[in-house]
Design a protein around this ligand. Sequence first.
Ligand code: PLP
Length: 366
Amino acid sequence: MVSPRAAVNALPAYRPGRNPADLAREIGVPRAVKLASNEVAFPPLPAVVAAIAQVAAETNRYPDNGAAVLTGDLARRYGVEPAQVAVGCGAVTLLQQVAQAFCDPGTGLVYAWRSFEMYPLLAQVAGATAVQVPLVPGDEGGPADTHDLDGLLAGIDDTTRVVLVCNPNNPTGTAVRRAALERFLDAVPAHVLVVLDEAYREFVTDPDVPDGVELMRGRANVAVLRTFSKAWGLAGLRVGYLIAEDPAVAEAVRKTHVPFGVSMVAQAAAVAALASEDEVRARVAEVTAERDRLTAALRSRGQSVADSQANFVWLPLGERTAEVAAALEARAVITRPFAGEGLRVTVGTPEEDDVFLQAFDEIAAG
Ligand SMILES: *Cc1c(COP(=O)(O)O)cnc(C)c1O
């Protein structure tokens, strides 16, 4: 009998989220609302749809393995050299590449917890030791929802290769501020790569939340991870990028890529999205305004909701989380529960969020 590696056997099986069409059919309503995956509710940009249609006629060929056009556009946009950029098949694939490129078995991978669910899996597959540093309350007496940067520093030792800082943090939406993050980066030993996971950077409205690409400059052990899946609306196409201060870091990440992983369609769409940045900004402004409305609406219902700098809000419901999520699903609203901890609710359209709020009120009343 064949057997996978023990580390792979120990991985949890992938559990897909509820599909809104299936749920709607099951409970007999015309439509369910999906606020579970931090996508934006807008359809793809017109220029993106046009670019996809145009490139469709060339897909008998392999894509450009180096994604040269997209890499060049990103380099110009951020004022870096193309050699500092690595494009990948979604930011999650770039995270895998980082782990493959930097984490030998037995080395340490340090990150906050609760944070992005992919992080523990990276360590497990690489055979690295996951060092999880619990979140701390962002507000005195409040729930633990914010990175403990001193704790992360304390978690670093001689074996540590990589530290991941998710800013803003998924799923709590909180963000660390400039002075604290600069102090942290200055204190991390030079042999440790810090990856600032900024999947939600475009939704940040607090000017005191730093742009990782700016903080990266002059710090050879820092890299920034971004994605086209969230604000740019290309979740279905799978494309993200890493920008590193040291081109050798980007080079190591590029070396571990799956050949031709970023499809021709994804490359063309990302290039078109970047060229439509004004429209993207306008959409993001709608999302952040709606985020603030949703936050205020939940607070007015007596809920403790941290200020979110992302496109989702976090309800620290503790032991009630699973029950509330199930009751919401019964009312055709799909959210993302983290059992025993809290509920992550993606900002939808105002109409979708009103459906959520009404269901939430019914649950509270029932
Ligand atoms: C969504 C997300 C990503 C990446 O998504 P891709 O779709 O793989 O680009 C990365 N990090 C965090 C924290 C995310 O929430």
